[in-house]
Design a protein around this ligand. Structure first.
Ligand code: GAL
Ligand code: CA
Length: 375
C-alpha cells in the first residue's frame, strides 16, 4: 500500500514542477501559475485518496476473502416454492459470494414445509461440519430444539424470516450464545396495509355506506408470527382511525396463490358486500385478484385489495390500479444483514440477538420507484 502512494506522490510532484516550469518559461501570469498548481495539487490529493481507498479495499477483501473462501455455510429454507423466500435465497446466495464465500461452500436446502425434514437437514449440516448456519425455520415453535442442536455443536446460528418467540430469544441473550434473528417487525407491515386503506378515506372505502368496513382476511401460515401480526395490525389501523369494521370471513391461505384464489372466490360469492380484501402476502393477493376479476369486480372502483412483499407482479398491479397497495418486504436488506451477521460470527465480531429492518408502504405513488429498485 505504501509503495503505491509514494510512487503516485512522486509522479504528482514531478508534474507539479513541470507545470510550474512551463508557466514561467512562457511568461504566464502568476495567477495562471497559481491555478495550475492548485489544480495539480487537487488532482494529486484525489489520486492519493483514491489509491489509499482502493488499496484499503483490496486489503479488506484479501483478508476477508481469504478467510471466508474456505468457510462452509449451511442455509435451510422452509420451502423453495415460496415466492418471497425465493427472492430472499437468491439474493442471499449472490451476496454471500460477493462477500468472498465460495459458491461451492454454500449449501441451500429445501425444507419442503416439513419440520422433520428440516431438522434432518440441520443434523446433516452439523455432521458435515459447516462453520455457520442460516435457518428459516419451518415451525418457529421448533426454534428451541433447533437452537439446542446447533449450539451443542458450537456452530453460530442466524435465524431468518420466521421469528422465534420472545422466550427463545431471551435464552440466546441469557446464555450469551452466538444466535441471532434477522427480520422485519410484522406489526409494521400490518399497520401499513391498514393505513393504505385508511388513507383512501372512509367515504371512499365504505361502498355501501353502512358506516362499517366489510372485509375478508386471507392469512398466511398461522403458526407464523408474520401472519398473526399482519392479520391483527391491518385491522387495528382501521380501528385506530376510528373506523368500524365488519369481518365477513377469515381464512388460511398458507401464503399460497392458488389456495387464496379459491378462498376468495368462495368468500366473494358468499359475501358480495365485501369492500376490502386483506391478504397477508402478495402471492395470495395475486390469487385474490384473479377471483375478484372473475367475479366481475374492479379494484379501486367497487373493492379494495392489499398485500405484502412487493413482488414485481404485484407492483405492476399497483401501478395499473388493479391492486390498491402492498408493503415492500425488503429481501435485499434482510438477506444482506443475515450474511453480514454470519460473517460477524466467523470473524469473532459477534452480533446483537435481534437485527431489524423496515418495511416500506407501497401505493401507486411510489410503486414504480420500488419496482425499479428491485429489478
Ligand atoms: C413472509 C412473506 C411471505 C412468506 C413468509 C414465509 O415474510 O411475506 O410471503 O414468504 O414470509 O415465512
Ligand atoms: Ca360498508
Amino acid at each position: 500500500m505504501k509503495k503505491k502512494v509514494v510512487s503516485l506522490l512522486t509522479v504528482s510532484a514531478l508534474s507539479l514542477s513541470i507545470l510550474a516550469g512551463c508557466s514561467s518559461n512562457s511568461a504566464d501570469t502568476a495567477a495562471d501559475v497559481a491555478s495550475s498548481v492548485e489544480e495539480a495539487a487537487e488532482e494529486t490529493t484525489e489520486e492519493v485518496s483514491d489509491a489509499v481507498e482502493e488499496t484499503a479495499e483490496e486489503v479488506t477483501d484479501a483478508v476477508a476473502g481469504g478467510d471466508l473462501a474456505d468457510k462452509k455455510v449451511g442455509v435451510c429454507i422452509y420451502q423453495f416454492s415460496d415466492n418471497f423466500m425465493t427472492l430472499f435465497r437468491n439474493e442471499l446466495e449472490s451476496y454471500l459470494v460477493a462477500q468472498g464465500f465460495s459458491a461451492d461452500n454454500i449449501t441451500i436446502v429445501d425444507g419442503a414445509n416439513d419440520q422433520a425434514t428440516q431438522t434432518n437437514q440441520i443434523q446433516n449440516f452439523i455432521t458435515d461440519g459447516v462453520d455457520v448456519l442460516i435457518i428459516n425455520p419451518v415451525n418457529s415453535s421448533s426454534a428451541a430444539t433447533i437452537t439446542d442442536l446447533v449450539v451443542a455443536a458450537d456452530i453460530p446460528l442466524v435465524y431468518i424470516n420466521r421469528e422465534p418467540d420472545a422466550d427463545e430469544e431471551q435464552r440466546w441473550q441469557d446464555n450469551d450464545w452466538n444466535v441471532t434473528y434477522v427480520g422485519c417487525d410484522a406489526r409494521q407491515s400490518g399497520t401499513y396495509q391498514g393505513e393504505i386503506i385508511v388513507d383512501l378515506g372512509q367515504d371512499v372505502v365504505d361502498l355501501n355506506g353502512d358506516g362499517k368496513i366489510q372485509y375478508i382476511m386471507i392469512e398466511g401460515d398461522p403458526e407464523n408470527v408474520d401472519a398473526q401480526y399482519r392479520t391483527e395490525f391491518s385491522v387495528k389501523a382501521l380501528e385506530d382511525a376510528g373506523w368500524t369494521v365488519d369481518c365477513l370471513d377469515d381464512e388460511v391461505g398458507n401464503w399460497d396463490q392458488a389456495t387464496a384464489q379459491q378462498l376468495v372466490a368462495n368468500a366473494l360469492s358468499a359475501h358480495p358486500e365485501t369492500e376490502v380484501v386483506f391478504c397477508n402476502n402478495d402471492a395470495m393477493a395475486l390469487g385474490a385478484l384473479q377471483s375478484i376479476e372473475a367475479a366481475g369486480r374492479t379494484v379501486g372502483t367497487d373493492i379494495y385489495l392489499v398485500g405484502v412483499d412487493a413482488l414485481s407482479e404485484a407492483l405492476e398491479d399497483v401501478i395499473a390500479g388493479t391492486m390498491t397497495g402492498t408493503v415492500f418486504n425488503d429481501h435485499f436488506s434482510q438477506s444482506h444483514s443475515a450474511a453480514d451477521a454470519a460473517i460477524n460470527y466467523l470473524t469473532g465480531a459477534g452480533n446483537d440477538h435481534y437485527i431489524g429492518c423496515d418495511y416500506v408502504k407501497v401505493t401507486a405513488d411510489n410503486a414504480q420507484e420500488i419496482l425499479d429498485s428491485v429489478k
